[in-house]
Design a protein around this ligand. Structure first.
Ligand SMILES: NC(=O)c1ccc[n+]([C@@H]2O[C@H](COP(=O)([O-])OP(=O)(O)OC[C@H]3O[C@@H](n4cnc5c(N)ncnc54)[C@H](OP(=O)(O)O)[C@@H]3O)[C@@H](O)[C@H]2O)c1
Length: 224
């Protein structure tokens, strides 16, 4: 039975990823920040552990608890959009730092803490939840703090793909599309079910040569 560890499993895409993988018979470890959210995860047949990805002490505890447990797919999904409407003239640098701490440094810390677990698994996959808004080629100047955090996350994925190739670990940046969640809002065209179904298909098809790619939930390659 393969194992998925997913951060930010309390709601939205993380909860749906936990649901679909658990339904498929995987061992699913979903991390949440608060205990009540953990109960939602457990109801799906998954395990719940506490983690705020910006909390180094919690991360150390999590790594100690999971020592020796192979993780086939490590999915760094936890993320925040930050305050909306931030643009040149009203940059809020404290808020921007918060977005970077969660979306970029949080993912880097989770991967660093659990990379040996991934290396010990059969599938050896690290996925980071990126966004089309990370694309430098397609940038229209929107959501600068969020977009820069996800563009940097993409570079992290590409760099770690190179660093970890010798250990047989595949690292990819995945875009879920625009999805109806608290972050995506109700105008989004995709349901979490559909986006996650696509993301799972993409993950299932990954081969060594895909490491370092920026892929959409529909399997297409996105421009950096
Ligand atoms: N929805 C979209 O259209 C869309 C598009 C592109 C990319 N994404 C990306 O997909 C991922 C999931 O987004 P979503 O739409 O499911 O958003 P969401 O419904 O707002 O869920 C965000 C998740 O991240 C968790 N989280 C936030 N800060 C955290 C921290 N410091 N430590 C640990 N967990 C934390 C939240 O936990 P709490 O419940 O404790 O706050 C929640 O589980 C994000 O990385 C987002 O950037 C979403």
């Amino acid at each position: 039975m393969p194992t998925l560890l997913i951060t930010g499993a309390s709601r939205g895409l993380g909860l749906e990823l936990a649901r679909q993988y658990a339904h498929d018979g995987w061992r699913v470890i979903g991390t949440v920040r608060e205990a009540p959210a953990g109960r939602k995860v457990v109801k799906l047949g998954a395990e719940s552990l506490t983690l705020d990805v910006t909390d180094a002490a919690q991360l150390k505890q999590l790594a100690a608890r999971l020592k020796g447990v192979p993780i086939d797919v490590l999915f760094c999904n936890a993320g925040i959009s930050g305050k909306r409407g931030t643009a040149l003239g009203n940059f809020d640098f404290a808020e921007w730092e918060r977005v970077l701490r969660v979306n970029l440094l949080g993912a880097a810390a989770v991967i660093e803490a659990l990379v040996d677990n991934v290396a010990a698994s059969e599938r050896r996959i690290v996925a980071v939840m990126s966004s089309r808004l990370a694309s430098i080629a397609e940038s229209s100047g929107m959501t600068i703090p969020y977009s820069t955090s996800k563009a940097a996350l993409n570079l992290l994925a590409k760099a770690l793909a190179a660093n970890l190739a010798s250990r047989g670990i595949i690292v990819v940046a995945l875009s879920p599309g625009w999805v109806k969640t608290d972050m995506g809002g109700q105008s989004a065209p995709l349901t979490p079910e559909r986006s996650v179904h696509g993301l799972r298909q993409v993950i299932a098809r990954l081969r060594a040569e895909d490491s370092g790619k920026f892929l959409s939930y529909d399997g297409s390659i996105l421009p950096w």
